[in-house]
Write a protein that binds this ligand. Structure first.
Ligand code: NOJ
Length: 510
C-alpha cells in the first residue's frame, strides 16, 4: 500500500475546462502546471486528470485512440511528463485515467480487428462468428466492417469492448479468460500502464473497472483475477503507484487489488442522500438546511462497505465528479461548507472536483462530447472576473464550453479575498486534516450519535470527535469525554456535559 495515500487529498481535473494557456479556448497541460501552486495551497496533494490521450472525443476522451499519445489539444507527451515533474517538485502526485474496458472505434487495434483476414488483433475485441449472429445479451453493432460478425459495445456506440474473455463461455465466439488472445489484451493494458508509470505518472483512476470479463459471476471472479495480476506488477515494480477504481463495490475492488474505490452517486443510494436527494418532490438531502434528512440512510449503505475496506484499502468520498450534478445545484454556500466539512473529516481518501471549492454552479447546457446532462458540471474554471473568468484569452464563441456569466458567479479571486468564503473554509478544513492524523485516511471512524429523524450527526475519528448539524434548528447532544473545540464552523460549543450545535454548525473536539 503506497504510504502517501494516508494523507492524500485528491483534486480532480477535467482538463478541457481548467486553464487554457495558448488561447485556443480549451484547457491544456501548461494550464495545469501554472495552477499547481493554487492546488497545493488549497491543500490537495494529488491529482486525478480525466483522460488526456489522443481521441476523437465522442465521450470526452473516454474513447481512446492512442493510449500512449497525449491529446494534442492539451499538449505533447513531453508536456505531460513536465507536468509530472513540476507536480512532484511541489509534493503533488498525478493519477491518469485508464480506460481498460473499451477503446475508440478509431483505435488502430480496432481497425485491424475489423479486417476480414485473421491477424494479431482479430480477438482484441469481442466478435460473433457471423454478420447475422447477434451478441445475445450484449449491446452490439453489425454491418460496419469487412469482417463477418458483430462486435460488442462497452458503453456508447463509439466504444467497442476489449476482449478479456468470458468467465463461462456459452457460445463458440466467447473465448475463455485464459485464451492467449485475452491474456494479450490484459498484457497490452499493463504495457500502457508501464509506459506512463515509467515516465513519472503516479497511478491510475480506472474507468468502469468491473467491466472487463463478460459473463462474470457475482463475485466478479474473472475481472478480479485481472486486477490482482495488475497489482502484482505494481507491488513488484511500482510499489508507490496508486490505483482507484470506478466500481462502487470496495468489498470486491479492494480485495482484487485496488487501493481505493469510490462511493459513486446512484439514485437512492447512501451517498446520494448526503447532497443529492432531490429525485422526489421534497429534497431530503442531509446537508440541506431544511432537508429533514438524517444520516442513517447514508450509514446503512456506507458502514458495511467501510468495514470491509478497513484492512484492504480505502472507500472514498467525493464532492462530485464529471458524471454528477455539482453539489451547488441544490446546496447553497453554507450548506456546502458543512457537506465538505463532513467529506474532509471522513476516513478514506477524499476527492475534490475542480471548482467545487468555490461552489461552481451546474449550468443547463446542450450536450458536448457525449456529456449530455453531465455537460453542466464540466464548464470552465472560474478564476477571476476578467475575460472568460480568467480561463482563456480566446473569443467567447470558441470556448470549449461557456463560462458561468451570472453576476454572482463565484471566482477564486473573489473568494481568496473573503475570509468567510467557501474557498477559505475548504483550505482550513484540508489544513486541519493534514495536521491531525486522526482525521486522515486510516484513523478509526465510529458513529457516536446517529438517530433516525435526527438532524445532527456525531462521530469519532481516532481520539477526536466530529459533530455536524446541517439543519436550521439547534441540537444538543451529550458530551462524552471531550475537552475542547479545535475547529468550528458556525456557532457550536462544548459544555461540561453536552455539545450544543446551533443551526448549521460543525465542530471538531478533542
Ligand atoms: C465512466 C466515466 O466516468 C464516464 O465519463 C464515461 O462516459 C464512461 N465511464 C464510459 O467510459
Amino acid at each position: 500500500m503506497p504510504q502517501w495515500l494516508k494523507d492524500a487529498v485528491f483534486y480532480e481535473i477535467y482538463p478541457q475546462s481548467f486553464k487554457d494557456t495558448n488561447g485556443d479556448g480549451i484547457g491544456d497541460f501548461q494550464g495545469i502546471i501554472e495552477k499547481l501552486d493554487y492546488i497545493r495551497d488549497l491543500g490537495c496533494n494529488a491529482l486525478w486528470i480525466n483522460p488526456c490521450f489522443d481521441s476523437p472525443f465522442k465521450d470526452a476522451g473516454y474513447d481512446v485512440r492512442d493510449y500512449k499519445k497525449a491529446a494534442s489539444r492539451y499538449g505533447t507527451n513531453e508536456d505531460l511528463c513536465r507536468l509530472f515533474a513540476e507536480a512532484h517538485k511541489k509534493g503533488i502526485r498525478v493519477l491518469l485515467d485508464l480506460v481498460p474496458g473499451h477503446t475508440s472505434e478509431e483505435h488502430p487495434w480496432f481497425t485491424m480487428s475489423q479486417k476480414a483476414e485473421t491477424n494479431e488483433y482479430s480477438n482484441r475485441y469481442i466478435w460473433t462468428s457471423h454478420c447475422f449472429e447477434g451478441a445475445k445479451g450484449f449491446p452490439y453493432i453489425g454491418g460496419e466492417s469487412e469482417r463477418s460478425g458483430v462486435y460488442v459495445l462497452n458503453f456508447f456506440k463509439c466504444q467497442p469492448a476489449l476482449n478479456y474473455g468470458f468467465l463461462n463461455p456459452k457460445e463458440p465466439w466467447q473465448l475463455p479468460v485464459d485464451h492467449p488472445d485475452c491474456i494479450a489484451t490484459r498484457e497490452a493494458m499493463k504495457d500502457v500502464m508501464r509506459y506512463w508509470l515509467d515516465q513519472g505518472c503516479d497511478g491510475f483512476r480506472v474507468d468502469m473497472a468491473a467491466s472487463l470479463v463478460k459473463n462474470d459471476d457475482e463475485e466478479k471472479t474473472g475481472t478480479c483475477a485481472i486486477w490482482s495480476n495488475v497489482r502484482e506488477m505494481l507491488d513488484s515494480d511500482y510499489p508507490e503507484a496508486a490505483m482507484v477504481s470506478e466500481w462502487g463495490n470496495p468489498q470486491l475492488a479492494l480485495k482484487a487489488g485496488f487501493h481505493m474505490d469510490f462511493f459513486l452517486n446512484g439514485r437512492g443510494n447512501g451517498y446520494s442522500t448526503l447532497m443529492r436527494d432531490y429525485e422526489n418532490q421534497e429534497d431530503h438531502s442531509f446537508f440541506k438546511k431544511d432537508g429533514h434528512g438524517d444520516i442513517t440512510r447514508f450509514l446503512e449503505d456506507y458502514l458495511p462497505r467501510y468495514e470491509a475496506s478497513r484492512d484492504n484499502g480505502y472507500f472514498c468520498l467525493l464532492t462530485c465528479n464529471h458524471d454528477t450534478l455539482r453539489p451547488r445545484y441544490n446546496l447553497d454556500e453554507t450548506e456546502l461548507k458543512l457537506a465538505f466539512a463532513f467529506i474532509f473529516t471522513m476516513p478514506g481518501v477524499p476527492y475534490l472536483y475542480y471548482g467545487d471549492e468555490i461552489g461552481m454552479r451546474y449550468l443547463e447546457l446542450p450536450t458536448k462530447e457525449g456529456g449530455y446532462f453531465r455537460t453542466g458540471s464540466r464548464t470552465p474554471m472560474q478564476w477571476n472576473h476578467e475575460k472568460n473568468a480568467g480561463f482563456s484569452e480566446a473569443e467567447k464563441d470558441s470556448l470549449y464550453l461557456p463560462v458561468d456569466e451570472a453576476d454572482d458567479a463565484p471566482t477564486v479571486a473573489a473568494q481568496e479575498s473573503n475570509p468567510g468564503s467557501l474557498l477559505h473554509t475548504v483550505k482550513s478544513l484540508l489544513a486541519l486534516r493534514h495536521a491531525n492524523a486522526d482525521l486522515q485516511a486510516d484513523a478509526v471512524f465510529e458513529p457516536v450519535y446517529a438517530e433516525k429523524g435526527a438532524a445532527a450527526f456525531v462521530y469519532r475519528r481516532g481520539a477526536l470527535t466530529v459533530a455536524v448539524n446541517p439543519s436550521g434548528g439547534t441540537v444538543t447532544v451529550p458530551s462524552v469525554g471531550q475537552k475542547s473545540v479545535i475547529y468550528s464552523i458556525g456557532n457550536g460549543r462544548w459544555e461540561e456535559d453536552r455539545i450544543i450545535l446551533e443551526p448549521q454548525s460543525f465542530l471538531v473536539l478533542e
